[in-house]
Ligand binder design. Structure first.
Ligand code: SF4
Ligand code: SF4
Length: 458
């Protein structure tokens, strides 16, 4: 396939790809350059069967082979061989439009490591053409705590005015307001005064009422950037529920953004620089490192691969999603919550980390909670790091199907729960734009509420 042979919606791409494969002998496997880039070999098992196509959100939205995993794999191989230029508009359009959700991986019977291939391709693209001004600005902000802390602090203050909730709706600005409004704590079915009193009590220095013993496993809380600034209530819920299940939670000062946004964009240097700071902050702090953001957790578990040092591997080996630690303990049962809940699985939890049952196991400790999975609950919501900022149209189109499934669900759910800040914001904003009276929450918030109702917190 020649450079630019297929446009962004090139209907001939599939035929071109097949023709290209036929030009290459060796059983359909493409030739490699003399010094192949590590990572592309993960694509070797692809036999172009197309089983992954129905699992790909961008293919489902566009019906375009170039927006499918199979099409992108052929484009990545063409990039690897130097048959397509790293600045080819068609190549950029198709690879940039990939959510990186890895929904194609479990659908693949050949075990193709799509994510590793994409990581290598994006690194190559980053080195060849850099970033768009918008991506450069957003990633620049998250490189430096001196920038993102005050900015996110201002966002939190704006959220506190209640304006984002009032202004939430359709359109880019109003959708952004909906995203910000969706970061607020949800205490379903509780009155405001009661909520304030409870929050004060639960955040008091005398908490928790479960004294830990020196033999309790210690857990360092990964605070991150957006989670720390806008979802501190999820951090508090994480600490309380872990302590209620016999863990000793410790702080690890000196942390920064995990670097996942940079890694997704191909800026591996930026991601490694941030990882190095976190590794220094987290190494030797505790038996486990708990993360309640699926995107951060996926990268922290991959620090060994990203950084390649012994310390990085050690830190990575200790990382657990909060649901994993709690599910390991049972967890302890709470008080009943009479709620209809839909669980939506974050891609970076289910595909990247392979954590599927633990969140449901955690929620099963809440009597009376009716948890359902809707069709497409395992499909990306379109958030995907900064994808929804860079490609809002495609992100919204991907989200629409999910929102529709919430709208028609019978009985109507009270809450959608998902363990990733980007998903909470994207789905929450979509629900507000569709004027659906459904809230979003992190699963650990519900367990925390159930424990509070049970009187575990004194
Ligand atoms: S990635 Fe897997 S499922 Fe998709 S075309 Fe290749 S072999 Fe088939
Ligand atoms: S990572 Fe997601 S968007 Fe990209 S090809 Fe795979 S399924 Fe499609």
């Amino acid at each position: 396939m020649g450079s630019g042979a297929a446009g962004p919606r090139g209907g001939n791409l599939r035929q071109d790809l097949v023709a290209q494969q036929l030009r290459h002998p060796s059983n359909g496997l493409p030739r490699r350059p003399a010094a192949p880039l590590p990572g592309y070999e993960a694509l070797d098992p692809c036999v172009h069967c197309g089983f992954c196509l129905p699992a790909c959100p961008t293919y489902l939205v566009t019906g375009d082979e170039g927006h499918s995993p199979r099409g992108r794999i052929v484009l990545m191989r063409a990039l690897e061989r130097g048959e397509m230029d790293a600045k080819d508009p068609a190549l950029l359009e198709h690879l940039d439009a990939c959510l990186g959700c890895r929904g194609c991986e479990p659908a693949c019977p050949s075990g193709v490591g799509y994510g590793r291939g994409l990581e290598t391709a994006r690194k190559q693209l980053f080195e060849a053409r850099g970033l768009s001004p918008m991506a450069r600005m957003v990633l620049g902000v998250f490189r430096y705590g001196g920038i993102w802390r005050p900015l996110l602090g201002m966002a939190r203050a704006l959220r506190g005015t209640g304006l984002p909730s009032l202004l939430a709706g359709k359109g880019r600005l109003r959708f952004g307001m909906g995203m910000l409004a969706s970061t607020a704590e949800v205490r379903a079915g509780t009155e405001k005064a009661e909520k304030t009193e409870r929050a004060e009590r639960m955040n008091s220095p005398t908490f928790p009422s479960f004294p830990s013993s020196p033999s309790s496993p210690s857990v360092a809380l990964f605070r991150g950037c957006v989670m720390n600034a806008l979802f501190n209530h999820v951090h508090q819920a994480t600490k309380r529920t872990l302590e209620a299940n016999g863990y000793r939670v410790v702080e690890a000062p000196g942390q920064v953004c995990c670097g996942a946004l940079h890694e997704h964009a191909g800026d591996l240097g930026g991601a490694r620089a941030l990882a190095a700071v976190n590794i220094a902050a987290l190494a030797d702090r505790a038996d486990f490192i708990v993360v309640n953001s699926a995107g951060c957790g996926a990268l922290l578990k991959d620090y060994g691969h990203l950084v390649g040092s012994e310390n990085a591997g050690l830190v990575a080996s200790k990382v657990r999603d909060v649901s994993e630690l709690l599910a390991e303990r049972g967890p302890r049962r709470g008080a009943p919550l009479d709620l209809e809940v839909v669980y939506d699985a974050p891609c970076h939890l289910q595909h990247a980390q392979g954590v599927q049952q633990a969140p449901l196991g955690m929620l099963s400790a809440i009597p009376g909670l009716r948890v359902r999975l809707l069709p497409g609950s395992d499909r990306c919501c379109g958030s995907a790091g900064i994808y929804s900022v860079l490609r809002p149209r495609m992100a919204r189109a991907v989200l629409d199907g999910k929102i529709e499934s919430f709208a028609v669900a019978e009985p109507r759910p009270h809450l959608v729960v998902t363990g990733n800040p980007g998903c909470l914001m994207q789905i929450g904003a979509g629900l507000k734009a569709a004027r659906l009276p459904i809230e979003v929450a992190h699963p650990v918030e519900l367990l925390d509420l159930s424990y509070d109702e049970a009187g575990y917190y004194g």
